[in-house]
Design a binder for this molecule. Sequence first.
Ligand code: SAM
Length: 400
Amino acid sequence: MVDAQLGPVHPRWIRVNALKSTIDEQLDTTFKGFEMVPSVEEVIASASTGKRVICLDGHVPNLIAASPGIDFTKTEAYKEGKIILQDKASCFPAYLLDPRPEDGDIIDACSAPGNKTTHLAGILYERGGFADGQRILAFEKDEQRAKTLANMLKAAGSDAVTVVHAGRDFLKTDPHAPEFRRVGALLLDPSCSGSGIVGRDDAPEFHLPSAPPTPTAGSSKTSSSSGGGGGGGAQPPNRKRKRHEATTATAADTNATTNEEETATTSDSPSSPPNPALETRLASLAAFQLSIVLHALSFPAARKVTYSTCSVHAAENEQVVRAALASPVARSRGWRLLRRAEQVRGLRDWPVRGDRRACRTEAEEIAEACVRAEKGDGKGVMGFFVVCFVRDRVGGDGAV
Ligand code: SAM
């Protein structure tokens, strides 16, 4: 369904915060009086009937799609941190990472405002995690955004199990430091072009030419040059920072940003390829994103790492994955992609996969391992990409 002015209609996606509530409690309270329908398509269609309907998502546990246009920020559940407004696709990374009590400490490398950090905490809590001092280590380079993160963690009840590294650059951490010796899993959701965000002008789909991105000495500097948004480098003159549509929700956070993502954007025309400014921008972002992935792959006890963006561009997605897989650190440490058949059920069943054209060698295998979400395809989600790197054994790593 498409609104003549606003484009494709999206449901309200609501994640029930397992730390504070359950689906059953929310059905009896916040959603009392809503009609339960079997599909997201019917939820989207309710935009024209004015009915108040919901459906339980078939892919991500504890996720509800509700009729478009309803403001849940006034509800008690929202104010108490029992529900979190979070796009379905944005729930994929924590769900795909599949954190477990036996994973030890979990790093969220790029955390603010904290949607995925709190999701990690909710999943772990449901699985009986946090015994034996298990913690989530949440890095956020931008001090201001780290405050928002802290507020969100508090509202969601995950502050007690999360250590916030405010103002700390993940790229400057030493993976071999004793504080990280128990880190078994990492979630990477670095700054990106944000081209998948609903309401964002679409930039043309762009594939970097043959060479995959290579991390440069200036990669981390590049990211900080955009004020914590990542990427950057030499900025095109008409680029501006921009905050986006509110999709994040926590109670204590009402005066802070309610943005899903903090990203940098271009104001280049979406319909004028080739676009050198966009190409430069994407190459810079891709180098930064690759440096984040390679850094994560070098944590000694790590066995699984998710990498995600809210970008539609293969340059930031499949091509970063290919470059990471080809890197010495991935090869020497035995990193590979989590195959579709190995993924959690909901994402195994999710039909939209990686862009084969961007995967080249072993295209089928890589593309199948990659999970994409396309905005405007009727599924009511934002444009998104996520993949999980895994390795089957830890120890005996080469000194890379
Ligand atoms: N994962 C967040 C969520 O779901 O709410 C959204 C993360 S947003 C896309 C990227 C965040 O990473 C920004 O807040 C940015 O300031 C932060 N960031 C960028 N580079 C970083 C770095 N090198 N170390 C730590 N944080 C970084």
